[in-house]
Design a protein around this ligand. Structure first.
Ligand code: ADP
Ligand code: MG
Length: 326
């Protein structure tokens, strides 16, 4: 049984960055305004995330790592939003099957924090009261300790660190209300964004001012297909070798290959051959219009009426570029 669970977890979590993405989303869901990440060995030895969010109640500790345990299913819409992204209380459970997981948390109403360790979906030992501030601290140690083959397929710690830092950069752009920090254990070279920044501030921090100063503000709404988009897109004077296409749908970082391709094609009318644009888009759609058949690790999603939506968005971007080019 544990072997089956481990294999399933290994499908969802292929590298430390996948675990971090889930935990970042949990911290943001918990309304954190500060999120600090610490890594050792590119997150392979240790991946730790501390937030100042709402915290976890003591009575929820025993079931936290049971599959399909979630505190977020309130309405049918919530349910479909989450099943959209392939996870319904599966993230912590999965992590506990492939790593040593420790959770410390305090809510605003409890006197002290509580700490517990998890293995293979279950709590091990006691829930210990300890001192601590409101929020949650999650430590993921020795990821894939029980999956040597998977561990061997990981990149170098430096490359895994780059994936993590890139992920935090993207989440900071989509969540400028949160202050993020990332540090390698024992060093103090933090990558920091301040709380209450703007997306542009954080694009500047992570991609540089050369990109930030060339961005156009992009906003659109479509009533018929019930979606809206806000974001920043590069103008026709800026380009990079590899397209940077950051898209969040309902605040989840995802991939929409058809949209990416179609937008890249528009830019190729303006840009030199083999040069590409930078885009950050935050899209809100009706949860029920996102296809639930997603690839668990690629975070690839498909939209209902995707062909139409891709056409509409591409046209709007095209119009924006045309307008700014005159
Ligand atoms: P889901 O996010 O789909 O609910 P997870 O496995 O990611 O499932 O998390 C399980 C539950 O653990 C969440 O529903 C939430 O109640 C709690 N939780 C996890 N991380 C945090 C956090 N950083 N702050 C507060 N609660 C959290
Ligand atoms: Mg989650």
């Amino acid at each position: 049984d544990n072997v089956i669970n481990r294999i399933a977890a290994g499908e969802i979590l292929q590298r430390p960055g996948n675990a971090l993405k889930e935990m970042l989303e949990n911290s943001i869901d918990a309304k954190a305004t500060r999120i600090q990440i610490t890594v050792v060995n590119g997150g392979i030895k240790l991946l730790q995330i501390q937030d100042n969010g709402c915290g976890i109640r003591k009575e929820d500790f025993p079931i936290l790592c049971e599959r399909f345990t979630t505190s977020k299913l309130r309405t049918y819409d919530d349910l479909s939003t989450m099943s959209t992204f392939g996870f319904r209380g599966e993230a912590l459970a999965s992590i506990s099957h492939v790593a040593h997981l420790t959770i410390t948390s305090k809510t605003s109403t409890e006197q002290c924090a509580y700490k517990a360790a998890y293995l293979d979906g279950v709590l091990v030992g006691d829930i210990k009261p300890i001192a601590g501030n409101q929020g949650t601290l999650i430590s993921v140690e020795d990821i894939f300790y029980n999956m040597p083959l998977r561990k061997n397929t990981l990149n170098s710690p430096q490359a895994e660190y780059t994936i993590i830092s890139d992920l935090i950069g993207k989440y900071s752009i989509n969540n400028p209300q949160v202050g993020f920090s990332l540090k390698k254990h024992g060093e103090n070279n933090n990558i920091v964004t301040q709380p209450n920044s703007t997306s542009i501030d954080n694009i500047r921090i992570h991609y540089g001012n050369t990109v930030a100063k060339e961005l156009l503000e992009f906003e659109m709404e479509n009533r018929s297909f019930k979606f809206s988009i806000k974001g920043h897109i590069s103008n026709v004077n800026y380009s990079v070798k590899n397209m940077e296409f950051i898209i969040f749908i309902n605040d989840r970082l995802v991939m929409v290959p058809n949209l990416r391709k179609s937008i890249d094609d528009v830019y190729s009318m303006y840009l030199p051959k083999s040069m590409h644009p930078f885009l950050y888009l935050s899209m809100q759609v009706e949860p029920r219009n996102v296809d639930v058949n997603v690839h668990p690790t690629k975070h690839e999603v498909h939209l209902l009426d995707e062909e139409k939506i891709v056409e509409i968005v591409t046209e709007a971007i095209s119009a924006k570029l045309l307008g700014s080019n005159n």
